[in-house]
Design a protein around this ligand. Structure first.
Ligand SMILES: [Zn+2]
Length: 251
C-alpha cells in the first residue's frame, strides 16, 4: 500500500493525535501534528520556543493547539526553523510578524527563505516518488530570519531559554538541529516509521551515506541525549536511532 492512501486511512482512524506531550528527564515537550508534520514546543519560564512551524496554511490550527495547552501564541519568543522546506518554515513568518517572535534559521537555506520554496527534492522510496510533484511545488511567503546560524548558537543567549542550535547540513544546506537538555530536535535528518517506534530514513535525502554519517556523528557527539524529536512521526529513543543508523551502510 502506498503512503498516500495509507496516511488517509490512519488519519481517519485517529492513530496520530494532533497534540502529544512527552516528558524527557523532567522537561515537557509538546508536539503538534498536522498533515503528518510535527511542530515541537519547549516551554521555559512562560516562554515558548517552537522548533519548526508547519505549513503556512496550518497556522490557525497551531495557534489553537497552543491555546488548548493553556498557552498563548503571544508566549512564542522564538521559532527555530530546522530547514527551509515549506512544511517546516511556512508558519514562522506569522509568529514573527504578529507576535515579534525571533526566527532562528540556517544561513545555508537563505535562498529558500527568500524565495519561499523547496530546493530540488531527492525521493528515497516509491511513496516519496509518488508525492514528489506535490511536495516539490509547495511554497510559502518569503521569510527573513532574525538570526542566521552558521555553525552554532546559544538559545540561552538569544532568547533566555536553555538550549543550543547546531548546523548539520545534509537534508538541506542550512539544516539545523536543536539540543535542549536530553532532547535533540533534528528536523528531517531522519524520521519516525509510520506505524512503529522505529527510526527510518527520511522520504527525501540526496546523499544517503552522508546522511548516515551525520546521524552517527550526532550519536557520538551527544551521548547524553535520550530522545530524538523528528519532523515526521516519532519521537525516537536513542536505541531506535542506533538500531537504524549505528552501523555503516552496507552496499
Ligand atoms: Zn524537509
Amino acid at each position: 500500500m502506498r503512503l498516500l492512501p495509507l496516511l488517509t486511512s490512519v488519519a481517519l482512524c485517529g492513530c496520530f493525535p494532533e497534540r502529544v506531550s512527552t516528558t524527557v528527564e523532567g522537561r515537557k515537550v509538546l508536539t503538534f501534528q498536522h498533515e503528518f508534520t510535527n511542530v515541537h514546543a519547549v516551554v521555559h519560564d512562560g516562554k515558548v520556543v517552537l522548533v519548526d512551524s508547519g505549513h503556512e496554511r496550518n497556522v490557525p490550527k497551531l495557534e489553537a493547539d497552543l491555546v488548548a495547552e493553556g498557552l498563548s501564541p503571544r508566549d512564542v519568543v522564538a521559532v527555530v526553523v530546522t530547514h527551509g522546506h515549506a512544511d517546516h518554515a511556512g508558519g514562522a513568518r506569522h509568529f514573527q510578524q504578529t507576535y515579534g517572535a525571533k526566527v532562528i534559521a540556517g544561513r545555508g537555506d537563505t535562498t529558500l527563505f527568500t524565495e519561499g520554496r523547496n530546493d530540488p527534492l531527492c525521493p528515497t522510496n516509491a511513496d516519496a516518488r509518488d508525492r514528489l510533484a506535490k511536495d516539490q511545488a509547495e511554497t510559502y511567503q518569503p521569510l527573513v530570519p532574525d538570526v542566521l546560524v552558521d555553525g552554532a548558537a546559544s538559545l540561552e543567549a538569544l532568547v533566555g531559554v536553555p538550549g543550543e542550535v547546531l548546523s548539520v547540513p545534509g537534508h538541506t544546506e542550512g539544516s539545523l538541529v536543536v539540543k535542549v537538555e536530553r532532547s535533540l530536535f533534528v528536523g528531517d535528518l531522519l524520521r519516525g516509521a509510520v506505524f512503529t517506534r522505529d527510526a527510518d530514513v527520511h522520504f527525501y535525502m540526496c546523499d544517503l551515506e552522508d546522511n548516515a554519517n551525520d546521524v552517527r556523528g550526532l550519536l557520538a557527539s551527544q551521548p547524553d541525549v535520550t530522545t530524538w524529536f523528528v519532523g515526521h512521526f516519532g519521537p525516537l529513543t536513542r536505541a531506535a536511532v542506533e538500531a537504524k543508523f549505528a552501523e555503516p551502510t552496507r552496499r
